[in-house]
Design a protein around this ligand. Structure first.
Ligand code: B16
Ligand code: MG
Length: 218
């Protein structure tokens, strides 16, 4: 098949697995300790956002401010709880269609990379059995700038030896779609077309995605 792309770059949380629920439980526990309420609606603001930027948003909701040393301690505390939860994940937590689509991409000879803000992607991919499907893993341990900066995807393209115009990014967050656009890449939004308006194609989950549908990006 002569496809318009040669490489697929996948976001992790919200595309391959739903780790947002664990981030929420850990952030809520921190807010509880600090004495304010943190809701699921508040948690929407943290999706795709880096750990320290998430903490800043959380603290602004609580109307609190701390020194940078204290903030490091708070983020480490939250991460400890989060890691405890994701350490119990298994393959049943892979989102619908994600595994089949990863397999189909590989069978079609497409290169596959991860492009996630998370510094914990290694544990999540290992526990869900997804690690072997990736030719390259770029995550928050390898990047300086957060989405919508395209750095994470540019590093992915480079690791795969693909030109940016040959890459497609799969993302659930607006900032990730914007990062793909700034990086000169095509994008498939996973979620609602109202929210992911800038994506070249939007599907509700990867269960609706096939290698053939990549032709819609031409
Ligand atoms: P960590 P993604 C993002 O993952 C999450 O959506 C976001 O909520 C989280 O704060 C960020 O990773 C950092 O995660 O604390 O594990 O380093 O969507 O970019 O895969
Ligand atoms: Mg995401």
């Amino acid at each position: 098949m002569n496809l318009p792309v040669k490489a697929c770059l996948f976001d992790l949380d919200g595309v391959l697995v739903d780790t947002a629920k664990y981030h929420f439980l850990a952030w809520r526990r921190l807010a509880d300790e600090l004495g304010f309420t943190f809701t699921e609606a508040d948690n929407e603001r943290l999706k795709g956002v880096s750990r320290m930027a998430s903490l800043d948003i959380l603290l602004s909701i609580g109307g609190l401010s701390f020194s940078s040393e204290e903030k490091d301690q708070l983020a480490a505390k939250k991460n400890g709880w989060y890691v405890e939860m994701i350490s119990k994940m298994d393959e049943s937590e892979i989102l619908p269609g994600a595994l089949d689509f990863l397999k189909a991409c590989r069978a079609a000879g497409l290169k596959v990379a991860l492009g996630s803000a998370s510094k914990n992607s290694g544990i999540i991919l290992a526990n869900t059995g997804l690690t072997p499907y990736f030719d390259a893993i770029i995550d928050g341990t390898k990047t300086q700038a957060a989405k919508p900066d395209p750095e994470v995807f540019l590093l992915g393209a480079e690791a795969l030896g693909a030109a940016t115009s040959e890459c497609v990014v799969f993302e659930d967050a607006e900032a990730g779609i914007e990062a793909a656009r700034r990086g000169g890449m095509k994008s498939v939004g996973i979620g609602s077309p109202q929210i992911l308006q800038e994506a070249d194609l939007v599907v509700p989950t990867l269960a609706a995605m096939t290698v053939e549908r990549l032709n819609e990006l031409a």
